[in-house]
Design a protein around this ligand. Structure first.
Ligand code: AMP
Length: 396
């Protein structure tokens, strides 16, 4: 894998695709700087080598129109503080102005281009636009995992113009490495914990990972489609009736492949979808009408913990209960604690995709797992076994 460490950037201009798509408040202050901080190591490496950086990113969804409220100029001060260098800014990302600003860039300097998505050509993956971008650097670095599943001009097409002179930045390399650790070279036993609301949104992931894992823990709203398909009584729990056969097929396939599936045995059932609902702990397949399962019960938690504790590689995607409500967050917290313990014992743990990242952050597990993926959609597509265009373009 060609990473930034394979290059020396002395007197070179690095064109870096970063993900500075950060949230802004009504006064255009950056409210979460995680993504800017994540891009820092690659920028520093180029500068320490004696090179300069040309940073390109999108911000928001301007849909191909110039829109001052989504100008990257809003993040200039914060990004300069974080990176420790006063960033220069140019009001365009292609054309004469941008090329002039790049020509004037000296080693040690960092230039931020204006929002790529002010041009519709960016998301269309337009060749000519990508060619114009390619004039803005000697070496192309992709360090934006969040957009690696998109064949956009700056994430994929531009790489075609840098034959031999392209590589992954530290952040993207770490994402790829973490996913490979689970999907390709995971030390056994490998356990996947899948939760979330629906079977339908996780089906491709389940099918893809069955060949790679030893244990599959299923929790969350998905549970009830499996339980009903097996003849259980699920009351008013969330269920995709048309996915029942699919659920049985998954269980059969898992059996054929020797994967142990662990479904909840008990649940916290509620009489409404509300934090203040009446609650009772019941067997997962004996939920009365008018009641719905909103979290896993204590017996299930114990069983899940045992499996996780003995695992050497762990993948977690999706909460096992309605973690947004305090009354139903215990199962998700128990999973986090068990992963924390296993990680301390030497397991590799990867958390990624959608709401599991929010849950991990909310309950303070961020620094206790081995890696939390920064890319929602890109992570899910990786787990589904898809080749991400942004990654393929560097490897080509
Ligand atoms: P996903 O985006 O597919 O990972 O789904 C995450 C959502 O699933 C969260 O908002 C949870 O509140 C929800 N969820 C988890 N367990 C249940 C459940 N038993 N019933 C309804 N929703 C659930």
């Amino acid at each position: 894998m060609q990473t930034i460490d394979n290059f020396n950037f002395e007197n070179k201009k690095a064109l870096i695709r970063v993900d500075f798509n950060v949230p802004l408040d009504a006064e255009f202050n950056v409210t979460d700087t995680t993504r800017i901080e994540a891009a820092k190591p690659s920028i520093i490496k180029v500068l320490e080598d004696g090179g300069s950086c040309v940073l390109m990113s999108h911000l928001g969804r301007p849909k191909g129109q110039k829109n001052e409220s989504m100008s990257l100029q809003h993040i200039l001060t914060v990004a300069s503080d974080i990176i420790g260098v006063q960033l220069k800014f140019v009001e365009d990302c292609v054309g004469e102005k941008a090329e002039k600003a790049v020509a004037e860039l000296a080693p040690g300097e960092v230039l931020l281009l204006e929002n790529l998505r002010f041009y519709a050509e960016e998301e269309k993956g337009d060749e000519h636009f990508a060619e114009q971008l390619s004039k803005l650097g000697d070496i192309y670095i992709n360090d934006a995992f969040g957009t690696a599943h998109r064949a956009h001009a700056s994430t994929t097409i531009v790489a075609n113009y840098f034959s031999g002179n392209k590589c992954f930045g530290y952040l993207l390399a770490k994402e790829i490495d973490s996913i490979d650790k689970v999907m390709k070279s995971g030390e056994k036993p490998v356990t996947a914990i899948l939760g979330g609301a629906k079977v339908s949104s996780k089906i491709t992931i389940i099918e893809n990972i069955l060949d790679k894992i030893n244990h599959l823990i299923i929790g969350g709203g998905m549970t009830y489609t499996f339980i009903k398909a097996q003849g259980g009584q699920i009351g008013s729990s969330i269920c995709e009736d048309d996915k029942q056969q699919l659920a049985l097929d998954i269980l059969n396939k898992a059996k054929e492949k020797g994967v142990e599936v662990h479904l909840p045995v008990d649940v916290i059932a509620a009489d409404k979808f509300d934090n203040d609902a009446n609650k009772q702990t019941v067997a997962v397949d004996e939920i009365q009408d008018g009641w719905q399962g909103l979290d896993v019960g204590p017996e299930s938690m114990d069983r899940f913990k045992q499996v996780i504790k003995l695992s050497k590689t762990i993948l977690w995607n999706g909460p096992v209960g309605v973690f947004e409500m305090e009354s139903f967050n215990k199962g998700t917290i128990a999973i986090g604690n068990a992963i924390d313990e296993a990680t301390k014992e030497g397991a590799f743990s990867l958390v990624g995709g959608g709401d599991s990242v929010a849950a991990v952050k909310q309950f303070g597990f961020e620094d206790k797992v081995s890696y939390v993926s920064t890319g929602g959609g890109a992570m899910l597509e990786s787990l589904e076994g898809k080749t991400l265009p942004g990654i393929a373009a560097i490897l080509k």
